[in-house]
Design a binder for this molecule. Structure first.
Ligand code: BGC
Length: 473
């Protein structure tokens, strides 16, 4: 590839990547697979949500997306061409278990047999997420229902029995924080509930589901490592004013701590008095539930995209993932990072926030924190194919360079998060995909996808990452 002078060189970064550090790319089934009505697959909550008018920005649905279901081999070849060490994907719940309970569907499950075999054949380690946001449509109340936790446990056991000899690393559940906030509190994501603080039972049920899934995987005797993934955002108050500080602490609590504390420490965080009864339900959680949630883990998956700036006062209706009328009923609002460079989504580009997120993990969880993988980091930009047939996504190259550098620097001797055993980094995403409520309006891929034809075109960032991977010692 021809590097222009602004493109960060591959070699200096490659030289800083420790031996054995895993670099890969990530995807999720609802965002790339399509094939919504193939075989016995049944609709998921995202199929139903996308069919409701006004839910998805461009009116699109996950019916076809990047058609990975039919282009699996091409996508495995892209991973191989990249020189990726690992690939993180998710199972489509309603493809492997169309009834939402009971035995796996042989045809649906066969798709993942082939994917796993092909990954292993080309030396790419499979990281499998069991639940990346797509519940069976038939789970009426979704994560509001405790029963859903049992269902996740059951599914994990079945997947563990079938694929336990081939999956390198298991992730029980992806970003419970986003599911609760966007799916149940703000109504931006499926299932589309705007329950604000009444969404809190979904925190507990997802964590319980995680704990049950860990136990079921272990009971199935899986060979791979087991962990969970959450998204972490370092939170700052807009000012020193006590109201802003209190609201920043509240956001940190509901975005970061209510998930990581029970998983890693075995208890919910202490709730500040000013919140009154809003989070009182956590005090009433039985000890047996906390024991279920607090399972020993082989790794913790951390997704980092951006920091958050919080001020007291009611919200504007804007959230990073879309509009939500419910936002204006909250006692805080998310402020813009004025002057900061932004991604296509308008998210602030802040690699130093990565160091802060990792430092908080070390300071809060100390020796209870297992090895960490960055299971997602990346950015959307309005990529187009140029007249030369290439996608010059220099902003993504700079983003990935600066973020991977920041993560590595944070854990190096003398780094702000020294002591964390950081084992790997996954780029979000391998290919352009269906970006949930934003439909096809945001492109995160290392590989461009023409959503009309399914045609894949590796971007300059793909070539750059390939050069970094190849230049490692
Ligand atoms: C999710 C992905 C999503 C990405 C970018 C993460 O929250 O796990 O599914 O596409 O962020 O929004």
């Amino acid at each position: 590839m021809t590097l222009d002078t602004a493109t960060p060189a591959a070699e200096p970064l490659a030289a800083r990547i420790p031996a054995g550090f895993v670099i890969g790319a990530a995807t999720a089934a609802p965002q790339i697979e399509g094939a919504a009505v193939v075989g016995r697959r049944t609709p998921s909550i995202w199929d139903r949500f996308a069919a409701e008018p006004g839910r998805i920005l461009d009116g699109s649905t996950p019916a076809v997306t990047a058609d990975h279901f039919h282009r699996r081999q091409e996508d495995v070849a892209l991973l191989r061409g990249l020189g990726a060490d690992a690939y993180r994907f998710s199972f489509s719940w309603t493809r492997v278990q169309p009834a939402g309970r009971g035995a796996l569907d042989p045809e649906g499950a066969g798709f993942y047999d082939r994917l796993l075999d092909e990954l292993l054949e080309v030396g790419v380690r499979p990281f499998a997420t069991i639940s990346h946001w797509d519940l069976p449509e038939g789970y009426e109340r979704g994560w509001l229902d405790r029963e859903t936790a049992l269902r996740l446990g059951e599914l994990a056991g079945l997947l563990g029995e079938r694929y336990g000899d081939r999956v390198d690393s298991w992730i029980t559940i992806n970003e419970p924080a986003t599911v609760t906030l966007n799916g149940y509190a703000l109504g931006i994501h499926a299932p589309g509930d705007s329950l604000l603080f009444d969404a809190l039972p979904t925190v507990h049920h997802q964590l319980l589901g995680h704990g049950m899934a860990v136990q079921a995987l272990r009971a199935a005797g899986v060979q791979g490592a087991i962990g969970i993934t959450n998204t972490h955002s370092p939170v700052s108050p807009a000012s020193d004013a006590p109201e802003d500080q209190a609201m920043a602490a509240l956001f940190d609590l509901v975005h970061n701590r209510v998930y990581a504390d029970p998983v890693l420490l075995g208890h919910y965080p202490e709730v500040p008095g000013f919140l009154g009864d809003a989070l009182a339900a956590f005090d009433a959680v039985p000890a047996e539930d906390l024991a279920q949630i607090h399972q020993p883990l082989d790794f913790y998956g951390l997704n980092y995209y951006m920091p958050t700036l919080i001020a007291a006062g009611s919200g504007s209706g804007e959230s990073p993932d879309g509009e939500s009328a419910a936002m204006s009923a909250l006692p805080f609002r998310l402020l813009d990072f004025e002057g900061a460079p932004k991604t296509g989504f308008g998210w602030p580009i802040a690699p130093d926030g990565f160091g802060r997120a990792l430092t908080e993990m070390r300071d809060r969880y100390g020796d209870t924190l297992p090895p960490v993988f960055i299971t997602e980091n990346g950015a959307s930009f309005p990529d187009t194919i140029g007249d030369d047939g290439r996608v010059h996504d220099d902003e993504r190259i700079a983003f990935l360079h600066d973020h991977l550098s920041a993560a590595l620097a944070a854990v190096e001797p003398g780094g702000v998060a020294e002591g964390i055993d950081l084992r790997g980094f996954f780029v979000w995403s391998l290919i352009d995909n269906w970006e949930w409520a934003a439909g096809f309006t945001q492109r995160f891929g290392l590989v461009h996808v023409d959503f009309e034809t399914g045609r894949r075109t590796p971007k300059a960032s793909y070539e750059w990452l390939r050069a970094v991977l190849a230049a490692r010692a």
